[in-house]
Design a protein around this ligand. Sequence first.
Ligand SMILES: NC(=O)c1ccc[n+]([C@@H]2O[C@H](COP(=O)([O-])OP(=O)(O)OC[C@H]3O[C@@H](n4cnc5c(N)ncnc54)[C@H](O)[C@@H]3O)[C@@H](O)[C@H]2O)c1
Length: 377
Amino acid sequence: MKKLKVGMIGGGGSGNFFGNVHRRAISFDATREVVAGALRSQPEAALAAAEEWGVRGYPDYQAMIEACQRGDLELDYITIVTPNHQHFEPAMACLKAGIPVLCEKPMTMTVAESEQLVDLCERQKTPFILAHTYTGHPMAMYARELIAAGEIGEIRKIESWYTQGWLADKLEDSGLQQADWRTDPKRAGISNCGGDIGTHAFVAATWVTGLEVARLSARLNTFVQGRLLDDDFNVIAEMNNGATAMIWATQIAIGYKNDNGFRVFGTKGSLEWRQERAEKLLLRQGNHDQTYWLGANFDFWPETVASYLRVPAGHHEDFFEALANLHCSLERRIRGNRGESVPPPFAHPDARTGLAGMKFVGAAVESSRRQGAWTEM
Ligand SMILES: NC(=O)c1ccc[n+]([C@@H]2O[C@H](COP(=O)([O-])OP(=O)(O)OC[C@H]3O[C@@H](n4cnc5c(N)ncnc54)[C@H](O)[C@@H]3O)[C@@H](O)[C@H]2O)c1
């Protein structure tokens, strides 16, 4: 099987975070490889970063896309790993050139931008996946399947959260780039905590359950003095089936790292998952509880998830594997469209999920401004 050729926008340079994670996730299955990149915002730095990675370098993303259009560069898809304000324009440029995209979250800076992206993706039918990494964990995928199969009955209540402590102090003053742009409204958008990790909690509450948020009441806090955006994000939501959801995220919980997870309570049972213990999914059904463990050797997996498992129990790869699974889903969509024989792709988050996430954050900011007033999505 010919490896898919991947281009990257952003993610280069020694101080970057998530570009390196994508780079590993792309090569995880040896069926995809990064071959080109516009890896940094400054042209010279972008070229130097590409040389360091041993891939074809471009001074900016426009030059990389133009090279594809001229036929000088062959790319099967492009991964966008820039700060939030640099998602929309590169994504639109890729889609207009007919190139599939795996884009970082939150998808854009505004709802209007997200609507344009959804419109273009759906009109052209260009594959697009939004990088909500945690949805690539096989146990999160299995939870979605169990709920869809009715294993916990009608959903009555949901709690989803993302607890971090790294911004409990004014870390942005240290010059750390990840803290610097996330707390800057010009580069992060209207919400820091909500956009950055509240969207992961939102996706846990909606993508896992198959439900939508109908309306919400929110309280956003900025605990660290002098910070321009929220560092604590709390939403109570009414779901479209009448269920209640507590969807919250915080960056000021000292000692907490990446405690993302969900609990879903239905009429027949409850499901519980935490990404820091990603190999375990707990199903409570009254008299007995069932713990599912990650492992390709177990026989409970539905076909939709089984084809994403790689190694027997006890050999978890966790985070890299989860992100690799999103790349894998995009790969299957691309190869499937070309008539190659691949297993069906899982329904990982797409541009519509990104639009819903932007509406959710927008409604939460609006509600909080109005002292928690109930706000429609
Ligand atoms: N899905 C997840 O689990 C997850 C985790 C971490 C970060 N993220 C997302 O990934 C994105 C990047 O976050 P990060 O923490 O890696 O930030 P970062 O600051 O570490 O990296 C940003 C990179 O983008 C480059 N860049 C900036 N503007 C550019 C441009 N115009 N063209 C090319 N390159 C450009 C920078 O040089 C840097 O390499 C954000 O949108 C963030 O929300 C997602």
